[in-house]
Ligand binder design. Sequence first.
Ligand SMILES: *[C@@H]1O[C@H](CO)[C@@H](O)[C@H](O)[C@H]1NC(C)=O
Ligand SMILES: *[C@@H]1O[C@H](CO)[C@@H](O)[C@H](O)[C@H]1NC(C)=O
Length: 340
Amino acid sequence: MLFYIHVFRLDRSIFTCNYQFTSCKADRDKTTMLKIYAVSVLCLLVEAGYAKPLNLRPIIGVLAQESSKGVDESYIIASYVKWAEAAGARVVPIRINEPDVYYEELFQRINGVILPGGDIDIITSYHAKAAKKLYQMAMKAYDQGDYFPIWGTCQGLQLLSALTAGKNLLADRPSFTPAPLDFTPDFLESRMFHKLPENIYSALANENVTSNLHMYGLTPQNFSENSQLSSFYRVMSTSLDMHDNVYISAMEAYKYPFYGVQFHPEKNVYNWDLRFTNNHDADAIRVAHYFSEFFLSEARKSYHFFPTIEEEIDALIDNYKPQFSKDSSFEDVYHFKFTK
Ligand SMILES: *[C@@H]1O[C@H](CO)[C@@H](O)[C@H](O)[C@H]1NC(C)=O
Ligand SMILES: *[C@@H]1O[C@H](CO)[C@@H](O)[C@H](O)[C@H]1NC(C)=O
């Protein structure tokens, strides 16, 4: 049986698990020696394959997308960044329209990817092409024993479905208001929900705590008629659009740590535009954090890291300044001029 260890200060050295042994000298004080022995025992467990440490410095990549102004003007909505940060992540932006080597290198340095909402083409856009590279690397990594989670929100769920099916299977499913989740009978078998607390379950199932802002959706029929999709993902919930037509609102891959929700958990906490109906009550806030905390619990199982602390710091989104726009429903947005 494999279990995950909570090490209160997990730094790079635990990944190699060898410095403790070499630094074990008799002239250390008792506390230091005890710490060294304790970590050594953990390391032996890790090396014997009985335990895995958790990465307590997870870094999440949020994939940029092209704006209507063109590929050189890509953007990231800040609410996704804040949502991940609130659950214990630091964030790096992932550029679009970069050579393969950029994605291959960055992939080895980050611990998960967020595919955010937006309005690009889920097959032909630069965003979709970059997502495809990350998705394929994450699958290959998993097959080689390396854990790398991907989270898709709204367009991100739609994009995941297109990446798996190899085509766009979306139907018109407009929804601009919060809607309850209709859970499937076996939803508790999913990783996303198997520890779902009763109060979060009750809010999701009975209240309007999911912010929706989408024109399209994945229908259960299109999903089940496509064997690539239905063998790849477990559907945990559906919801009704503004015409009472059903769409898939939460799914996860059976095998890979890939997760998609059609609603926007982050909007409950960070988006205040009164033209849209975002629920800000206490249950809605708890729901938003439930999903980011779940995703971060997955990211802590990834041990990718930057070669140096300097490169790590230089890559962080903190090096960029979001712009607040009174007229945009996104509110705070990072704009990137990724010209070459
Ligand atoms: C998906 O569903 C919609 C509406 O139910 C339908 O119009 C569309 O053709 C379906 N797409 C595929 C590829 O089956
Ligand atoms: C949720 O929203 C729908 C549609 O706006 C409404 O009919 C329903 O009463 C709401 N449910 C709750 C619990 O507020």
